[in-house]
Design a protein around this ligand. Structure first.
Ligand code: BGC
Length: 256
């Protein structure tokens, strides 16, 4: 196997997805394999599901993993859509990190953003670029001249006139739960983007995650000044970015 094929795993609130990714081209070298996120999404249950992905690809080597929480040195510092028992847990260790197969963990939206900036629409984009992933929660990644500012968590600020954090008002899970029309969802998402725009004054906003495919259904409700575009890598960005993160970190290990 070429040394440039790295396993990327995107851990989400509803599914855990993995694929081998070619680090030269930034493209997936295999089909994506998905295991539903177990309920409750505890470390023990999720480690089992993660193991199924590694087993499926019969993979040995460094693994990059995107995880839906604030991540510092592989440790989860928050848990919004996963079991609260994750807080304070070293995810890499919980998922079975070994020296032959080290696991490097980063925030899932940061991973998706890194992929989009390197291999998608963000390529060579200067200034402030913000990527928002729309799914069970709202994830964010912010770049300044291509450099990531990690763990921005822009799905968690409060919206004016709402007594809720943004993702409890404008995530895709809310659209589904409240059976909102695309117009209603678009209106809410526009309100969210207005606040995001005020806070970050970005040059470009990229929408990623599963629902970015549906952008055409609500784009007419988006009325902010900043250019808003759907991600080019769509749902694959999380896996590709996770692999890229694992690749970078494993190279740093070898060189240190
Ligand atoms: C979490 C973020 C995550 C996002 C998307 C949010 O609830 O706080 O860390 O990036 O969901 O999964």
């Amino acid at each position: 196997m070429s040394k440039k094929l790295i396993l990327g795993v995107d851990v989400g609130a509803s599914g855990i997805k993995g694929a081998l990714v070619n680090m030269t081209t930034g493209k997936m070298a295999t089909e994506r394999f998905r295991v539903p996120t177990p309920s409750p999404a505890t470390p023990k249950n999720m480690a089992k599901a993660f193991g199924q992905i590694v087993e499926h690809f019969d993979y040995q080597g460094p693994i990059g993993c995107g995880f839906p929480a604030i991540i510092k040195k592989n440790v989860a510092k928050s848990a919004s859509n996963i079991d609260k028992s994750w807080i304070g847990v070293n995810i890499s260790k919980a998922f079975g990190n070994t020296s032959d197969a080290p696991i490097f963990v980063t925030n899932d939206a940061d991973a998706a953003g890194v992929a989009e900036m390197n291999f998608g629409l963000g390529k060579n984009k200067k200034g402030v670029v913000v990527l928002i992933t729309i799914g069970t929660g709202l994830g964010s990644a912010m770049f300044i001249d291509g450099k990531l500012v990690p763990n921005t968590e822009f799905g968690h600020f409060y919206l004016k006139d709402q007594s809720k954090v943004a993702e409890a008002f404008a995530a895709d899970s809310v659209r589904k739960k409240k059976d909102l029309s695309w117009d209603e969802f678009g209106k809410r998402f526009n309100e969210y983007l207005q606040t995001l725009e005020r806070i970050t004054s970005p040059n470009l906003i990229i929408l990623g995650g599963g629902s970015s495919k549906k952008f055409d259904l609500f784009r007419k409700k988006i009325k902010i000044e900043t250019e808003v575009v759907p991600a080019q890598l769509r749902n694959e960005a999380g896996i590709i970015g996770a692999a890229a993160y694992g690749y970078q970190k494993s190279k740093a290990l070898v060189n240190s």
